[in-house]
Each structure stands twice: as structure tokens, then as C-alpha cells.
Design a protein around this ligand. Structure first.
Ligand code: C2O
Ligand code: CU
Length: 494
């Protein structure tokens, strides 16, 4: 079954690359008219250049009146919003004002390899005091993020939203808000580096949680992460001092939910409202209505809310398996009520219908041609995800990056990766440079770039087309897991 398909054959077969992966419901190639998922090679630029200049530097960050010093972009947490249109060229001059090396990764965007921002894989790290210009054509619309890719810097304030508008918006809505869900400890309880030390010396158990490999002491042993954070934030604000998002009755509101946190899976719900999920990791899905969504580190969902229930409501993000909560307020303009009191924090929607990957279908029903009938992947990598809690070392197939073999692929191949989780923690696995299609029991699962592999022998399989040559990082988006070895390089054979 492992017939090699060259890129040429593959594209010939499918019309226009991934876009042409679409098959009609009755197995007929649907032709090239569908919009695909562009790769850098195919991205047609608008010729418009959007320029930004950021400094990564130590900065003060205030949480409910308490001042902390952290590292951020241009003095804010989150960093400044980047917003442009697909096909635009993004040019960012990054000044490194940190006392440490840094880089920026454009999370989720399949761009050219040398701009991907992974230290020692796609570029040498940017030294303290130096600068570097990132420049690339932004190939696809959607909700993305940017963040530092050096060490544990993600668990400071070095992240921000990156929003790419489509050339033509297919969705109709009246307003949009961006919600970045974060776990915060920097300076509030040591630095991320202190935290890693503590994880190492405590065998992965922190903050009194029966963490790591051991599972909890009763209750749901599915652990979002091992670190109990003093604060959980929505777009830089704690529950006591929330952001307020104003809406009007009758409006359609688009929420861009992103999880740039280091060690926390969040469950999000809007009291008094249902959520219609329209995009997963930036890519349109068939709209599906749920009460609550679970968002792993690195994942994004766009959800629509119909503002048909006037009042003042909680938007709540609870850290799975941990205490605490992040919230924002949804306020109807005409409402003069106070914010809901802090005592009523957990909207019952959190216990309602939870989105699962099995609910998600690609909006355009794209699937791999002949999938399961005529053909299968050209190459399959099966790996286990595990941890050694004695030394707090996380592994892919028993190997710890950087002492780990690359996962080899060839240009043009249909590649499958299957992951088996031999630990009790979630692992949000992220592939750089490509969208993959989650195998969720249908032929047209969602295209994503990050997918949660469930604890307790959870299994997840995804497929992608190797259409973006280079060395690409593939890793767990738990910053502590990545830092202690849960990473590989997906490498194109030459
Ligand atoms: Cu968002 Cu390799 O990361
Ligand atoms: Cu992990």
C-alpha cells in the first residue's frame, strides 16, 4: 500500500494541491475551483507589505493592581495585534531587548521554512541586543498567534494575536473579539525556569496535585498540566478585573479563542449562550453548535454567539484539572447591571455539550483522494508519547529532543502520523509548516495544526501532504514538555 506518489503525480491527481484534495460526496474529483489550503509555494501575494516593529524586552505587567516584571512584546501582555489580509507580506523587525536569545514563531501559518522562528532548526537564535527581520507571504486566512520559541519564554508574556482576514469574508457577523487564554506565574510564583526546577525535583508533582504519571487522587485524573498557576488570564486580565465585551441585542459576535498558555488546557463557555464553532485552528469547519469547547495549548477556535439574551454574562475559561478560573464579561449595551458577582463563576454551560474532534468536518469536505478505497498514505510514523517523572523528561517514542531521530518524509508524500499517549497528561501536538487533517472517523475531518492527544492511552492520527520542504518542528505545545524533550524534527529527505 505504500506506493510512492511524486509531488507532480499527486498534484496532477488532485488538481490544485491540497485544495484539490476535495472529493465530491460520490467520490468524483470536484475539480480545481475550490479554494485550497495554500502552501508558500502556491500562495499568491497581493504585493502589499505590512510592516511592524516589535521589541521583546523586560516589562512591567499589572495583574489586579499587583505589579510584576516579565518579558513582553512592546510592553504589553499579550503583545500587539497583527492583522492583515491573506496574501499580504508580513514584515516584522524584531529587536531583542531581552537578556537572553529569542525568536518568534508564527504559530499555525504554513510559511517558508527559514522564517518559521525555531532556534537552531530554522534560524540561529537572535542574540541579546541584536535584531532580525521576519518577512514572508501570509498564505492563508484565519486566527493565529505569534510567540517566542526559545526555552520557556512562552510562559512569560511573549505572545500575541495574529489575525489574517480572508480576501472575501464568507461569514457574516457584527463584531469580533479576541480572547487569549493564559496561565500566569512569572514572578507571581517564581520564573518559568524555577518552575521547571521544581518539576524536576518533585517528580512532576506540583502544588499538591497528584500530578505527572500518577494521576489525581480520585476524581478525573485527566490532567491539563502539572503546574498550579496563581493566575489565569483572558487577554491579560484576571477574573477579579475582567475585560468587558459589549454587544447589542440581535448581533452576531465572533469570538476568536486562542490558548497561548504553557501548561493549561482550558474549557470555555459563555453563560446564557450557545457557541457555534466555525473555525478550528484558523480553518473553516462545518458550523457546529455546542455549549462548551476545550482548547489545548496552541489551539484556536472561532465561535459565533447570537446575542439574543440581554444581560451581563460570564465568559468563563476554567483550567481543566486545576483550581481557578479566567473570565471576561459579555455585556449587552442596554444593560445597566453590574458585572456578575465572583461567586457565580462557573456557567452551567461548562457541563453541557462539549465539542469533540469527532464533531468537526472540513467546511469544504476535502479529503485525500481515494482515501481508504483506492489508496492510503505513502508513509506512516507511529509514535508513543510518554514521560519519565523521576527525571521529569518527556519523550516521543522513547527519545528526548535534541537526542532524537528526525521523522523523515519526502516531498509530495501523503504522510500519516499516529500518536499513542502512554501518560496521564494531555499532549497538544503541534506540527509546524503544514495543516494536517485529523482522522476523526470521517473522510473529511478538520484541518488543524495542533491536536490534543487524550491521556490514558488516548490515540490520535492525522494526515498531511508533505508540500513545504524544510526541517519542521513537531512537538508538544506544553512548554515544559517541549523543553524537556517532547519534540522531533520532521525532515524532508533530499
Ligand atoms: Cu506554537 Cu513550535 O509552536
Ligand atoms: Cu505534552
Amino acid at each position: 500500500m505504500s506506493r510512492m506518489v511524486t509531488r507532480r503525480e499527486f498534484l496532477g491527481l488532485t488538481g490544485v494541491g491540497i485544495g484539490g484534495l476535495a472529493l465530491g460526496g460520490c467520490g468524483v474529483l470536484s475539480g480545481g475551483e475550490r479554494r485550497g489550503l495554500p502552501s508558500p509555494a502556491r500562495a499568491t501575494g497581493t504585493g502589499r507589505i505590512r510592516e511592524y516593529a516589535f521589541e521583546a524586552a523586560p516589562t512591567d505587567f499589572e495583574i489586579a493592581g499587583r505589579k510584576f516584571s516579565t518579558w513582553g512584546y512592546d510592553g504589553g501582555v499579550p503583545g500587539p495585534e497583527i492583522r492583515l489580509t491573506e496574501g499580504d507580506t508580513l514584515r516584522v523587525l524584531l529587536k531583542n531587548g531581552l537578556p537572553d536569545d529569542t525568536t518568534i514563531h508564527w504559530h499555525g501559518l504554513p510559511i517558508v521554512n527559514e522564517m518559521d522562528g525555531v532556534p537552531d532548526v530554522t534560524q540561529p537564535p537572535i542574540k541579546s541586543g541584536d535584531d532580525f527581520t521576519y518577512e514572508f507571504v501570509v498564505p492563508t486566512a484565519g486566527t493565529y498567534m505569534y510567540h517566542s520559541h526559545v526555552g520557556l519564554q512562552l510562559d512569560r508574556g511573549l505572545y500575541g494575536p495574529l489575525i489574517v482576514e480572508p480576501k472575501r469574508e464568507g461569514l457574516s457577523y457584527d463584531r469580533e473579539y479576541t480572547l487569549m487564554l493564559d496561565d500566569w506565574l512569572d514572578e507571581a510564583s517564581g520564573t518559568p525556569e524555577d518552575t521547571l526546577e521544581e518539576l524536576r525535583s518533585s517528580g512532576g508533582m506540583m502544588g499538591g496535585m497528584g500530578g505527572g504519571m500518577m494521576g489525581g487522587s480520585g476524581g478525573d485524573p485527566a490532567m491539563s498540566g502539572a503546574v498550579d498557576y496563581p493566575y489565569y488570564l483572558i487577554s491579560g486580565r484576571v477574573a477579579e478585573d475582567p475585560s468587558t465585551f459589549v454587544v447589542k441585542r440581535g448581533e452576531k459576535i465572533r469570538l476568536r479563542l486562542m490558548n497561548p498558555s504553557a501548561d493549561t488546557v482550558f474549557r470555555f463557555a459563555a453563560a446564557g449562550h450557545r457557541l457555534t464553532v466555525t473555525h478550528a485552528d484558523g480553518i473553516p469547519v462545518k458550523p457546529v453548535e455546542v455549549d462548551t469547547v476545550r482548547i489545548g495549548m496552541g489551539e484556536r477556535y472561532d465561535v459565533m454567539i447570537e446575542a439574543g439574551n440581554p444581560g451581563v454574562w460570564q465568559l468563563a475559561a476554567v483550567p481543566e484539572g486545576k483550581d481557578g478560573l479566567a473570565r471576561a464579561i459579555l455585556r449587552y449595551g442596554e444593560s445597566s447591571e453590574e458585572s456578575p458577582p465572583l461567586t457565580d463563576l462557573r456557567p452551567r454551560e461548562l457541563e453541557g455539550k462539549l465539542l469533540s474532534y469527532a464533531d468537526l468536518r472540513d467546511a469544504e469536505d476535502r479529503s485525500f483522494p481515494g482515501d481508504g478505497l483506492l489508496s492510503g498514505p505513502d508513509r506512516t510514523h507511529e509514535v508513543s508519547l510518554s514521560g519519565d517523572m523521576g527525571s521529569y523528561a518527556w519523550q516521543i517514542d522513547g527519545q528526548r529532543y535534541p537526542d532524537a531521530d528526525p521523522l523523515e518524509v519526502r516531498d509530495g508524500e501523503w504522510v500519516r502520523i499516529t500518536m499513542r499517549n502512554r501518560s496521564m497528561m494531555w499532549h497538544p501536538m503541534h506540527l509546524h509548516g503544514h495543516f494536517f487533517q485529523v482522522r476523526n472517523g470521517t473522510m473529511s475531518g478538520p484541518f488543524k495544526d495542533t491536536a490534543l492527544v487524550e491521556p490514558h492511552m488516548g490515540e490520535l492520527t492525522f494526515d498531511f501532504v508533505a508540500d513545504n520542504p524544510g526541517d519542521w518542528f513537531f512537538h508538544c505545545h506544553n512548554a515544559y514538555h517541549m523543553e524537556t524533550g517532547m519534540a522531533r524534527v520532521v525532515s524532508y529527505a533530499r
